[in-house]
Write a protein that binds this ligand. Structure first.
Ligand code: AMP
Length: 357
């Protein structure tokens, strides 16, 4: 039975998304406990129980100690998630963790994507390229993030090397989209079916890793179209919690790239930029509370990849909100982010230059 006064929410994972969910939980008077490993970064603010997330019995043991369970990463095997009091539900997570199922689901919902075809064997490339055209991008169906498990192909002759590079696992091949911009829409759906949306966010990636998110991306027609698409996805999945969908903007159209059944890196600016952050709204949704207002002011979020700037450097910029995740510096690793009001354009440009060369 859920303790209505102070629900205990268990998060599978204890990385930076769990850390920021736990911070939001403290303000909401929700108890957040994470399943991870000693030293994971959420330990700074929440209890982290040592749980092997590949082990169904250990995960079930953790789930038995909380009122409900949520995830911070979709890369947990759906078998381990069966039978848990889980939000969002296992079907939504199962679709989002497999690029082929995800793309097919977008089409079922009337949402366009890049042309795609499955590749299960090296012999499949010829047929796949007939669908996607060239250049194309090979992506592992599962376990890809931050551009990992992705290889670009210029022609059929690249196929064998690309197949080796991804380790010969089931993949999809996608046609390269010549997009005008990349955007994401984040929504939260509550247990009663109410939905709130944040404004569209413009995202800039480099080497497959998100570098900058700027909100809002102002385009009333695209905002309306993206909201229409998310309503279909959320309702078809009977989804509860925060859902983020990444789109390519092509003219007046949106092509869905992928969805994340969780709080999303492109929404970190909502901590300072919105009346209710994505983290708080996720907890509100899954705990059965009323959703909070998403009224927002223009913000820019810059990821810190590899290392955090020194404290004295950010301290010289009073407009900068600093979020270090307490992770060991390592090339290519997201170790924190900075958020700035978009109106502080000089500071934004300065920090973009410092962080992204
Ligand atoms: P993903 O992991 O699928 O989000 O891909 C990471 C990044 O690679 C995207 O944000 C795009 O910048 C780029 N990308 C992925 N798929 C495509 C595509 N089909 N066409 C063009 N760019 C792509």
């Amino acid at each position: 039975m859920m303790n209505r006064l102070r629900p205990r929410i268990g998060i599978l994972g204890a990385g930076q998304l769990a850390l920021m969910l736990a911070q939001a939980g403290a303000a909401l008077d929700v108890e957040v406990i994470c399943a991870g490993q000693p030293g994971d970064c959420a330990e700074q603010v929440a209890e982290v129980m040592s749980v092997d997330l590949d082990d169904a019995e250990e995960v079930a043991g953790f789930a038995a100690q909380v009122d409900l369970v949520t995830i911070e990463s979709e890369n947990i095997h759906a078998d381990v998630l069966q039978g848990l009091n889980l939000y969002p539900n296992v079907r939504a997570i199962g679709i989002a963790q497999d690029r082929l199922l995800e793309k097919r689901f977008f089409h079922e919902c009337g949402i366009g994507t890049a042309p795609f075809a499955y590749v299960d064997r090296v012999e499949d490339f010829k047929r796949a390229i007939e669908v996607t055209g060239l250049p194309a991008i090979l992506k592992t169906r599962r376990m890809g993030y931050d551009g990992k498990g992705q290889v670009r192909l210029r022609d059929l002759a690249d196929a064998a090397a690309a197949w080796d590079e991804v380790g010969g696992v089931p993949c999809i091949l996608e046609g390269m989209v010549r997009f005008d911009a990349e955007v994401s829409l984040i929504a939260a759906r509550g247990r009663t079916g109410s939905i709130v949306f944040y404004p569209l966010i413009k995202n800039q990636h480099s080497e497959g890793i998100l570098r900058t998110s700027t909100a809002p991306f102002v385009d009333a027609k695209l905002q309306q179209l993206a909201e229409k698409y998310l309503v279909v996805l959320l309702e078809k999945l009977d989804y509860v919690g925060v859902l983020a969908v990444e789109f390519f903007v092509v003219g007046d159209n949106l092509l869905a790239n992928e969805m994340a059944p969780r709080v999303h890196n492109s929404g970190h600016w909502t901590i300072e930029g919105s009346e209710t952050s994505q983290f708080e709204n996720h907890l509100r949704a899954i705990a059965g509370m009323e959703l909070g207002s998403t009224d927002s002011r223009p913000m820019v979020m810059l990821n810190c990849i590899g290392s955090m700037p020194a404290e004295y450097e950010t301290a010289a910029f009073p407009q900068v909100f600093r979020h270090g995740y307490g992770k060991e510096p390592r090339p290519g690793r997201k170790v924190g982010h900075l958020t700035l009001p978009a109106a502080e354009s000089m500071a934004v440009a300065e920090w973009q230059k410092r962080l992204q060369g």
